[in-house]
Unconditional design. Structure first.
Length: 143
């Protein structure tokens, strides 16, 4: 059964908001000011296939792991922050984070032809659709 992408996006937004509220209740005051680590993934579909875009600001190719296994697309990403020894950080805009998400792909997705590119902090994943089965005439040979 396929679930509309809009419902999945809404669920992720609600889960992320709940996560920030729980952190705030546990005394992590920075959670009150925190912005989401990444934006909600954007899914689109056309006749050729599906496109998933995820904002991953400040990450490079080595920080991102993408895999497809049994119609499940898994994304793992990690951003670490470090400064030279003796540096005292007075203010920072970015946070370290670890992301682990999995999506179930539609039956029409051609997982073998999936491509991904990370450009300017945006991960774009293109998943083509499988060719539709077209009826063909089979000639019967004389035995």
């Amino acid at each position: 059964m396929l679930v509309p992408w809009v419902d999945i996006d809404r669920a992720f937004n609600q889960a992320e908001a709940l996560h920030r509220q729980v952190n705030a209740l546990l005394g992590m005051e920075s959670a009150l000011r925190a912005t989401p680590l990444t934006s909600t993934p954007r899914w689109s579909e056309n006749d050729e296939g599906y496109t998933l875009s995820v904002d991953l600001p400040g990450l490079v190719q080595e920080d991102v792991e993408l895999a497809v296994h049994h119609r499940h697309l898994s994304l793992k990403a990690k951003r670490s922050l470090s400064w030279p020894d003796g540096t005292q950080v007075r203010h920072r805009e970015r946070r370290a984070f670890q992301l682990d998400r999995t999506w179930t792909l539609p039956q029409t997705a051609d997982v073998e032809q999936t491509e991904a590119a990370l450009t300017d902090g945006v991960l774009t994943i293109r998943i083509p659709k499988t060719p539709k089965a077209t009826p063909r005439r089979i000639e019967v040979q004389h035995g």
